[in-house]
Every structure is written in structure tokens, then in C-alpha cells.
Design a protein around this ligand. Sequence first.
Ligand code: FAD
Ligand code: DHB
Length: 402
Amino acid sequence: MAHRHVPAKKVQVGIIGAGPAGLLLAHLLHLAGISSVVIEAKSRKYVEERIRAGVLEQGTVDVLRETGIGARMDREGLLHHGTILKFAGEARRIDFQDLTGQAVMVYGQHEVVKDLIAARLESGGEIVFDVSDTRIDGIEGREPTVSYLKDGARHTLACDFVAGCDGFHGVSRAAIPADVLRVYERVYPFGWLGILAKSPPASEELIYANHERGFALLSMRSPEISRLYLQCPPDEEIANWPDERIWEELQVRLAGGEGWRLEEGPVIQKGVTAMRSFVAEPMRHGRLFLAGDAAHIVPPTGAKGMNLAVGDVRVLARGLEAFYRDGGEDGLAAYSDTCLRRIWKVQRFSWWMTQMLHTFDDASPFDRRRQLAELDYLTTSRAAATTLAENYVGLPMDWGPQ
Ligand code: FAD
Ligand code: DHB
């Protein structure tokens, strides 16, 4: 079908995707006086209601505060100074505050997205929702373009740079030639069934439970709303899990401690997420930069996905700021390597938490005992507990060359 073509619009940075990566990048660039347009395949309502991650590292909290969008987070978010590990019928606490002097903030990803969208629109910035057929051209030249369909017409952004912040299933990664891109991947033989429930969280802190029937996690979004997860087969049909079965299984896997019981309540939302570790290198080709899930995925154990996206765009924004200030390209040249140094450490942590806490069908009795010994060690040795704590609150975000 032939579409009407709208004359190209000039913009310094074209940003594909209005998730945490794209929206925060647009915000940081705005503060530095750099123009951008964000395009998004879904509607505003959809991205604002998409329930995903819930734990912000200290560094993520700092970025949001320092850039003027932390006010609602500070009012409504829940500061957590530790977490609970449950295994072999016992509950043991890891004290982040004592071990690292830092904490994490429990505040939903969709709330961060809402705050970023509100700030962007308030400052007169542009987000084009409901686009389709996004195309990226000319990334090896000096004026790459991003084009998309909206309201029956093809629109084009003529950019200096393109930021591919379009998540794992986006189009940006595929714009890098296959012979340039190296991909590392591990797919796990299980998924997470996640629910959002209208019930007060049964613990003030998150509970990560290793149970012989499978992993379970108790988290929350507010003093009235719980967020709970169960390990399940990767391709599980949600229809197999009526609410009663979910609660029954959660009660069993999260049990432990005298008289302790989860408070049950109406399930507001539920879904199954498959789990993988994935890294695509390099994260830059020509004038295209990949950030967030477009370049890498972690399994959710340890809550790192959104925090990694924040780390990437901080490095990218610094590089672009330096470029527009004095033409220096060192920051942009170092972008991929700077990000990947941190990403691989976080990949290691997410994999390690995942293998320690889940049950594997092919695990031997030896593997099982080793897992329990590791949890025992982790919760009795200060050195071991510190390695969990410092990764959980977040490794330092290296912003790269100034
Ligand atoms: P995204 O948030 O995926 O944003 C990408 C955006 O790009 C989307 O809005 C998408 O609609 C848009 N887009 C895609 N293609 C195009 C296109 N062609 N044109 C224009 N726009 C496009 N992490 C945790 O730590 N804990 C969790 O519990 C957790 N649960 C998750 C559940 C699910 C179902 C998924 C998918 C992820 C989950 N994550 C979780 C990971 C975390 O949410 C991500 O790491 C985080 O969203 C990454 O942000 P991002 O901006 O890079 O990508
Ligand atoms: C949540 C998700 C995670 O992956 C995690 O490790 C902790 C909390 C959450 O959605 O609240």
C-alpha cells in the first residue's frame, strides 16, 4: 500500500522505544539541551500499565532524584534495607545497610515510566505513540534516519544519532549487520508466573524462597498490593493456574516461621515470563546505539533488567553531551565497552541467583545439597553475604569519560 510521505523532520537524536531506557535517555538529553524525538509502537496507556520490574538500585534512585523526577518515588516508594532468603524451612536475612551502607527502593517500573512521560510532556518534549513499521536506515553514514507509519502516513526523522531502546523484540538490533554482531545466550528450562494481588504484603522485605517444588518470590508494590512469583514451566498456560492453585502453591513454597501465612486477596493481574540470559555485542554500529533490553536480557532473579537499562543510557547521554559540547567522540567510542564491563558482571549475578534459587529437573541429589550449602554459607559468612548485598544494591555505575 502506498503511504503519504510527510517531509523529514531534523532532530539530533532519534529514540526508538518509550520504555525506561528510551524515556530516561530523552530526559537526560533534554537536561543537556540536546533535542530528541521518542517513537513508541504501543499506546501511552499500554506502556503506563505494563507491570514489570519493581526494584530500583541505589544508583537508579540517585539518577532519578538528581534529574528532578524522584519526588513521587520518594513519597510512594518503599525503601528496603535488606532481604530474606528462605530455604530448608528457615528464613535468613541479608542486611544491605549493614553490609554496604546502601539500600534499594521498591517502586514499580510502570510508575517510573509514568513519571518520565509526565516530565517529558511537561517540558514540551515529543513522544509519538502508536507507530508501526519502524525502519532504520543509513546508520553507517552521517545522517541516519528513522521512519515510521502513523495515521496512515510515513514520517521520517533525519538524525545525527539513533538510540535503539526498543527492547528485546524491537527492530534496532537487527539493523546491525549479522557479521558484526556477536550474540551470547542461555535459555532457562523454566519461567515465572507472576501475579499482582490486592493483599497486604506478608513481609516488610522481599522473600526469595528456594523450595523443592520450585522457586517463589514475595514482593510488593505498596502496603496494600503484593507482587508474587512462582517458578513454572517456560511455556506454561496461564489457564492451568486458577487463583486458588496459585495461592495454594505460594503458601507451600513461601511457608516457614511460626504461624506465618500469606494473606490472600483478589488477583488483579497475572502472566508467565520465560527466562533467558542474552548479550549482543557490540552495542554500537556506526551511528546506532543499542541500550537496555535491545542489547541484553537477564533472568529476573535479582531484579536487574531495568537497572541495566538505566546504566546504559547514563553512559550514552554522557557520550552525546561531550560530542555536542566540543565534538569529542571518546565517550561515544567507549560506549559499548564501558557498558559491557558492567553488563557482564550483572549477567553473572543474575545467572548465579537464578541457579542458586531454582529447581532444575536434571539436578542430582548432589546438586541439591550443594545449593543448600551455598545458601547456608551465604547467610552465615559476612564475606559471602557482602557479595550478594553489593550486587543487589547495585555495582557502581561507571559513567565513562566526561
Ligand atoms: P522495554 O521496557 O521493553 O521498552 C522497549 C519499548 O520499545 C517498548 O515500549 C516497546 O513497545 C517499544 N518498541 C518495540 N519495538 C518497537 C518498534 N519497532 N518501534 C517503536 N517502539 C518499539 N525485570 C526485573 O528486574 N524484574 C521483573 O519482574 C521483570 N519482569 C519482566 C516481565 C516481562 C514480561 C518483560 C518483557 C521484562 C521484565 N523485566 C523484569 C525486565 C525489565 O522490565 C526490562 O529490563 C526493562 O523493561 C528494560 O527497559 P527497556 O527500556 O530497555 O525496554
Ligand atoms: C520483583 C521482581 C524481581 O525480579 C525481583 O528479583 C524482585 C522483585 C518485583 O517485580 O517486585
